[in-house]
Design a protein around this ligand. Structure first.
Ligand SMILES: [Zn+2]
Length: 316
């Protein structure tokens, strides 16, 4: 055993994880969110839109406002939604990499949606989950952090479909393209931007999912299942911690109760509400980018281009 090794009952990783999640920047003030939830009767509607089937769209939600997505079809189909969030100046966007480890693999009431490294703020917090518990049996969830369907997956699942058939990926591209700062870009830059952003991980609502140990497979699994029907009027809500665009896709798999191309994708009602309650101060971090670039520019970190000649090739 090496001298620096710690005994196994004191795994250093456990302390490191606790040191992160118990830092003041990640402290959760439930009282604040309960006040927002209790104040629901006093909210005023700002706007009402429909997320159309086979599309993605961008919904502006200003800080202190709530966005609500509500199932509005008469067939009680649980239309799956895929969500991204981005700030109007494009500097902050939803980070699966931060959110899932900090908040757990499933979204529920009080789950915070964190932004990318370099910002790392909660962008939005879930304040209502009206999906009935029986939607997902024990061990399964209703909303979760994940990736989304895309032209390649859908081509694999349904090779007969036209390549222009929508996917959450192309719906996200459409939604991001409608964000004013992206819409104003020259065409090539706009395309690079919407393709990069649509390639990020996201979260999904109204979809049955589980992750965890599976006895049969003897492995950790990630499984999706078709969603059972839910009553018209069922909604989820997120409180915006800062001004942001929610970019939402109406997944072309609808509720997954049929094959892609056979299922009927449903519209979803989107409303935005003014709560009159200001967000809490955002977590404060030390600025680190200037140090990094100073190190790169001053030879403290090696920054020369990696040409073929720069490697220590071993000659035979
Ligand atoms: Zn999808």
């Amino acid at each position: 055993m090496c001298q620096n090794c710690t005994p196994v009952d004191q795994l250093p990783g456990e302390d490191a994880h606790l040191a992160i999640v118990e830092a003041p920047q990640f402290k959760f003030n439930q009282e604040h969110y309960d006040k927002i939830i209790d104040n629901k009767p006093n909210r005023t509607m700002v706007y009402k839109e429909t997320l159309k089937p086979h599309s993605g769209d961008a919904f502006l939600v200003k800080k202190g406002q709530v966005i609500r997505a509500e199932q509005c079809n008469d067939d009680n189909v649980a239309q799956i939604l895929d969500w991204m969030i981005i700030s109007p100046n494009l500097e902050e966007y939803l980070s699966y990499g931060h959110s899932a480890p900090l908040e757990g693999p499933y979204l529920k009431k009080y789950t915070r949606c964190w932004s990318n490294t370099g910002s790392l703020h909660p962008m939005a917090t879930m304040v209502a989950d009206e999906v009935p518990e029986e939607f997902a049996e024990k061990g399964w969830s209703k909303h979760f952090w994940m990736f989304h369907c895309n032209p390649e997956w859908n081509q694999a699942a349904a090779p007969q479909l036209h390549p222009g058939h929508d996917s959450c990926h192309t719906n996200f591209m459409q939604g991001f393209a409608r964000v004013p700062a992206i819409a104003a870009m020259p065409e090539q830059e706009k395309r690079r931007t919407i393709e990069f952003l649509a390639n990020q991980c996201n979260f999904m609502t109204f979809q049955v999912f589980r992750t965890g140990w599976d006895d049969e497979a003897q492995d950790v699994m990630m499984d999706l299942r078709p969603g059972p029907n839910i009553p018209k009027g069922t909604g989820v809500e997120f409180y915006a911690e800062q001004d942001c665009y929610f970019v939402i896709s109406a997944c072309p798999w609808a509720d997954m109760q049929g094959d892609l191309g056979e299922v009927e994708v449903k519209p979803v009602e989107i409303t935005v509400w003014e709560t009159g309650i200001e967000p809490l101060p955002r977590p404060v971090w030390k600025e680190w980018k200037s140090d990094f670039y100073f190190q790169m520019e001053n030879g403290i970190r090696e920054a020369s281009p990696r040409t073929e000649e720069s490697y220590n090739y071993v000659s035979k």
